[in-house]
Design a protein around this ligand. Structure first.
Ligand SMILES: C[S@@+](CC[C@H](N)C(=O)[O-])C[C@H]1O[C@@H](n2cnc3c(N)ncnc32)[C@H](O)[C@@H]1O
Length: 320
């Protein structure tokens, strides 16, 4: 088993204390150009690090998280701020049930995708390669399907597809075949059991290198939480809730997520889609967003301090 040292989440009488370090914090604050009373929707509250910094600069923050543990910890941390409120909701559901009306118009929307360090480090949540626990991986524990169901019920072809598509795992076929063989002998119920099988196919971890099971774990997590689907609807909801001139900031850690954000913005830049040779534009393309050039990445100094920042891409767009 891979035993690289990870900071253990602190446990208190109130539960888990978040130790998540916000990524690209100064870049996010600079791009937001907050003014006193600016309304910001933080769709991924997590440990509340970004939200706290925005509240300290006079913003009014609405925080969302679908994870009860995160929501409770962030609410406890930010309870002293009068201009903070929080809801337990998946941002992929914001187009339903009157959520946008409840939240109201916003000057900025922030999405910091994926899971937090704390979710990763609490073994019982089942996200961790390093800490044994039940194969769960649900951010929202009200979801019916967890990682154990995916590993038990998906066909070999379905497993191969998610490992390849979401994990970009080149040995997807080999891993899927081995899992199907092993589960027919004995159910796979814990992260430790899964890691052992993955190490037997993909090799043992090497010091200083990313664990070989990382891509498969990521793929299962994305499948369980339907992360790409949720992102699509979440982006549309974010666009709708923004006022004209409002800013959308999305931080992704996975190339498929980043592609999805990039495409969402590109589709709204108003680029003409008329066939070549048409003398006057007839496609009616209208610019709805203005993009801020290339994605922002973390500096080497930040990556050194916080390896989680290694793969981040921050994309920013302004609603016209
Ligand atoms: C990377 S963490 C955010 C960290 C936060 N920016 C901070 O400074 O502490 C992502 C958080 O978003 C939540 N999350 C991810 N996808 C979500 C979704 N579709 N809807 C609501 N919350 C989501 C996760 O549960 C997690 O707590």
């Amino acid at each position: 088993m891979f035993l690289e040292k990870a900071p253990a989440p602190q446990l208190t009488d109130e539960g888990v204390v978040f130790h998540h370090v916000p990524v690209l914090l100064s870049e996010v604050l600079e791009e937001l150009c907050l003014f006193p009373g600016a309304r910001v929707l933080d769709c991924t509250l997590g440990g509340g690090g970004h939200s706290q910094a925005m509240l300290e600069r006079g913003a009014r923050v609405t925080g969302l998280d679908c994870d009860e543990m995160a929501l409770e910890a962030a609410t406890a941390r930010l309870q002293g701020f009068a201009e903070f409120r929080a809801f337990r909701v998946n941002f992929g559901d914001l187009l339903e049930d009157d959520w946008l009306a409840r939240i109201g118009p916003q000057d900025a929307v922030l999405m910091d995708l994926g899971v937090s360090s704390t979710q990763l480090d609490v073994g019982q949540r089942g996200f961790s390669i390093r800490r044994d626990g039940p194969l769960d991986m649900r951010m929202d524990r009200r979801l019916e399907v967890s990682a154990v169901d995916v590993i038990r019920d998906y066909s070999e072809a379905e497993l191969r597809r998610i490992f390849f598509q979401f994990g970009e795992e080149s040995a997807a076929g080999k891993v899927a075949r081995r899992l199907v063989q092993d589960r027919s002998r004995q159910p796979i119920r814990t992260t430790g059991e899964l890691v052992k099988i993955l190490e037997s196919v993909l090799g043992r971890p090497r010091p200083g290198k990313v664990h070989p099971a990382t891509k498969v774990f990521q793929a299962i997590r994305m499948e369980v939480n339907r992360e790409l689907e949720r992102l699509q609807t979440g982006l549309q909801a974010a666009f709708e809730v923004l006022v004209s001139g409002g800013k959308l900031l999305v931080m992704s850690y996975h190339s498929l997520e980043d592609r999805c954000v990039k495409q969402f913005v590109q589709d709204r830049l108003g680029r003409c889609r008329c066939p070549r040779g048409v003398p006057v534009c007839v496609c009616g393309a209208t610019a709805l967003l203005k993009a801020r050039g290339k994605a922002i990445q973390a500096s080497p100094a930040e990556i050194d301090r916080n390896p989680r920042a290694r793969s981040v891409r921050l994309r920013i767009a302004t609603k016209l």
